[in-house]
Design a protein around this ligand. Structure first.
Ligand code: PLP
Length: 445
């Protein structure tokens, strides 16, 4: 299995490519060679606009020398510090900076290496908190249909994407239930921003509480905007209702902001945009601009306090959880550099300013043949395509390939195409992305 490269063919036989149809890929390889600013360059010498900011993780574009310099400096100063029983000063200051950006009341940070690990961490924290509060019967988790919470056992259990779950049914966590997703084509097709229909779907949480009894439920976990399934935007009022029901029944609310955190919606967190404060926020991706892995959970201070209070003697570990690379100095240095750039280059506001450009150009596609829906929120958007009969996903794959030929990368899931350009994009580049997508949709029809 080789792919012809200008100079040398690449041997593709050993690498099992994640979340990729490997057999199709071997026939239709996509090989990136370098990246700079808002562009990738592939092995055919094509310059490709990065229409999804990597995998939603590189809002500052690629190759910013300020991040590289911070990593290099940290490597020379201290390449690793044990994560258990000790820490580097920069990890403390990073936690404080993240707390300063988060909604009031969320004032502790636990670091992980990925979004999936952060999800498992948050679920464990929820159970530990209730146990420490004398409510050990609260173990159930409520997720949502179509949710993506990574690929750990915890994440696929609370997640709601069937393909991620069906093969692993016997490995799932006990005691998980799911809210319905909020997408309804007949009620909300071509909505700009939040759909007006659907807040009532939050009432289903009351039914789930009645079914299981509140005293068995630890937490509800939701992405404020469901990203990986194709940018499903919450109906107006929906998240506030969920918050109110959780508060009423003493259930913790966890927002998984792995995609929506750090500016993607034009605010620091989705919690800020929607005006709803959860008890924990999960983050990853943009915190290091995707340069090096890092994730984490931002937690309400009294959740931490409750776990400390039940920690036993002072020399005893209070929460038996952590990773060799939690708070690792090198991603920590990268994250500091990223947050410096967010501040100095006013990036959250730049994302906000690009939002209408994306919204207007995407919704101008309405009426094209083969388009079922267009959605957007912040600097993210998606279109649903009519599938090719009997071949789910192939239309979107063909569209992606046409986009690449025309000079842009987009993200596909089933027959949905998502876009989320870097915050450093110009308005003209955002318009270029959508024009490429428009032509590519025609090519694939
Ligand atoms: N949660 C959400 C909302 C995500 O979008 C993702 C990844 O896309 C994850 C969790 C998993 O993150 P990771 O791939 O870093 O484990």
């Amino acid at each position: 299995m080789t792919v012809a490269k200008t100079a040398n063919p690449i041997d593709m036989s050993a690498y099992w490519i994640p979340y990729t149809p490997n057999r199709y890929f071997h026939q239709n390889p996509k090989v990136m060679e370098s990246a700079k600013g808002a562009y990738y360059f592939d092995n055919h010498g094509r310059k490709l606009f990065d229409g999804l900011s990597g995998l939603w993780c590189s809002p500052l574009g690629h190759g910013d020398p300020r991040i590289g310099a911070a990593i290099q400096k940290q490597y020379e100063t201290m390449d690793y510090c044990p994560a258990f029983q000790m820490a580097s000063e920069a990890t403390f200051t990073l936690a404080s900076r993240i707390v300063d950006m988060a909604p009031a009341g969320l004032d502790k940070v636990f670091f992980t290496n990925s979004g999936s690990e952060a999800v498992d961490t948050a679920l464990k924290m929820a159970v530990a908190y209730h146990r420490c509060m004398g409510n050990a019967s609260r173990f159930r988790m409520i997720g949502r249909e179509r949710a993506y919470h990574g690929v750990g056992i915890g994440g696929i259990s609370v997640g709601g994407i069937v393909a991620n779950r069906k093969a692993f049914a016997n490995m799932m966590m006990n005691g998980v239930d799911h809210l319905p997703h909020t997408f309804n084509l007949s009620q909300m097709a071509f909505s700009k921003g939040q759909p007006t229909w659907g807040a009532h779907l939050a009432d289903e949480l009351e039914n789930i509480v009645t079914l299981h009894d509140a005293n068995t439920i630890a937490a509800v976990i939701l992405e404020p905007v469901q990203g990986s399934t194709g940018v499903l935007v919450p109906p107006q009022g929906y998240l506030q209702k969920i918050r109110d029901i959780c508060t009423k029944h003493g259930i913790l609310l966890i927002f998984d902001e792995v995609i929506t955190g750090f500016g993607r919606l034009g605010t620091n967190f989705g919690a800020d945009l929607f005006g709803v404060t959860p008890d924990m926020i999960i983050f990853a991706k943009a915190i290091t601009n995707g340069v090096i892995p890092m994730g984490g959970v931002i937690v309400r201070g009294d959740i931490y306090d409750a776990i400390m209070a039940q920690g036993g003697q002072e020399q005893t570990i209070e929460f038996f959880h952590g990773y060799t690379y939690s708070g690792h100095p090198i991603p920590t240095a990268a994250a500091h550099a990223v947050l410096d750039i967010f501040e100095s280059d006013n990036l959250v506001n730049r994302a906000k300013a690009l939002e209408p450009v994306l919204e207007n150009s995407l919704h101008a596609l309405k009426g094209k043949t083969g388009l079922l829906d267009i959605r957007n929120c912040g600097l993210s958007g998606a279109v649903d395509l009519v599938p090719i009969a009997g071949k789910p996903g192939l239309r979107a794959m063909k569209t992606l390939e046409a986009c690449i030929k025309r000079g842009a990368l987009v993200r596909i899931t089933n027959d949905t195409i998502a876009v989320g350009p870097p915050f450093i994009s110009t308005p003209a580049e955002v318009e270029f992305l959508v024009s490429v997508l428009s032509d590519a949709i025609d090519d694939a029809m």
